[in-house]
Design a binder for this molecule. Structure first.
Ligand code: NAP
Length: 241
């Protein structure tokens, strides 16, 4: 069985990636933080399309919780390892820098950057030993170009791009690829409070993207055909970037 762990898979982009990787034949591990009902619904949707899925809740920013959950998973799945990791969990806490609280700074950085560190470090050795693995980091065009009002989020997402480049070089010879996907505006809960009509005018494609469009790109990066692509950040933003 090939296992794929998607962090933050209860909603939005992570949910779409979970459904897509299940269609690709992976046994999907649905991580989430608090929203069990939504995560259960993703599991049911995957099973309804004939796939395999299980839930694995933990806060990606809590190193002990990550260790406990992944150790338990390994005990329950003796001899198995996770060959695909999509670091998707992320949050936004926007505000101008002069007004930004320490809490909003740290929460965003810890979820994206510490979350990447804890989960990736834990799973990498299994991939390296197996000489097979895919790590996909969901960053943002905010981390590529920088967006006003998002200094914390841009910093977190740019850090992921740097980590992607460095880690890809550490593990390329072991047949593990590490790439980043940088979406623009995608229609999810995270963007539900934005003025879509106004923002659409700034997007060359004239619309927000759909989570399934991001999932299709992640699916390709996880495929055998993408074995020679590593250390890259691929924008998926309707021309905005
Ligand atoms: P979303 O709809 O708000 O969903 C966020 C997901 O992350 C949920 O499943 C949530 O779990 C989970 N999560 C949040 N904090 C977590 C934590 N500490 N530990 C584990 N899971 C956690 O967000 P989205 O729009 O799908 O965004 C997904 C990723 O894409 C994020 O990294 C985001 O920064 C990035 N992105 C989004 C856009 C966009 O336009 N939507 C653009 C660029 C990049 P619960 O359900 O349990 O809360």
């Amino acid at each position: 069985m090939n296992y794929a762990l998607i962090t933050g898979a209860s909603r939005g982009i992570g949910r779409a990636i979970a459904l897509r990787l299940a269609q690709d034949g992976y046994s999907v591990i649905i991580n989430y933080n608090t929203n069990m009902a939504a995560a259960e619904a993703v599991k049911s949707a995957i099973e309804a399309q004939g796939g395999h899925a299980e839930l694995l809740p933990f806060d990606v920013a809590d190193g002990k919780a990550v260790e406990t959950a992944l150790s338990r998973w390994e005990t329950e799945h003796e001899g198995e390892h996770i060959s695909v990791l999509v670091n998707n969990a992320g949050i936004r806490r926007d505000g101008l820098m002069v007004f930004m609280s320490e809490e909003d700074w740290h929460d965003v950085l810890q979820t994206s950057v510490d979350g990447f560190y804890y989960v990736t470090r834990r799973l990498l050795s299994g991939m390296v030993r197996a000489r097979k693995g895919r790590v996909v980091n969901i960053t943002s065009i905010s981390g590529v170009s920088g967006l006003p009002g998002q200094v914390n989020y841009s910093a977190a997402k740019a850090a992921l791009i740097g980590a992607t480049k460095a880690l890809s070089k550490e593990v390329a010879a072991r047949k593990v690829t590490v790439n980043a996907v940088a979406p623009g505006f995608i229609a999810t809960d995270m963007t539900a409070d934005l003025d879509e009509a106004e923002l659409k005018k700034t997007i060359p494609a004239g619309r927000f993207g759909q989570p399934e469009e991001v999932a299709a790109l992640v699916s390709f990066l996880c495929s055998d055909e993408a074995a020679y692509i590593t250390g890259q950040t691929i924008n998926i933003a309707g021309g905005l970037s």
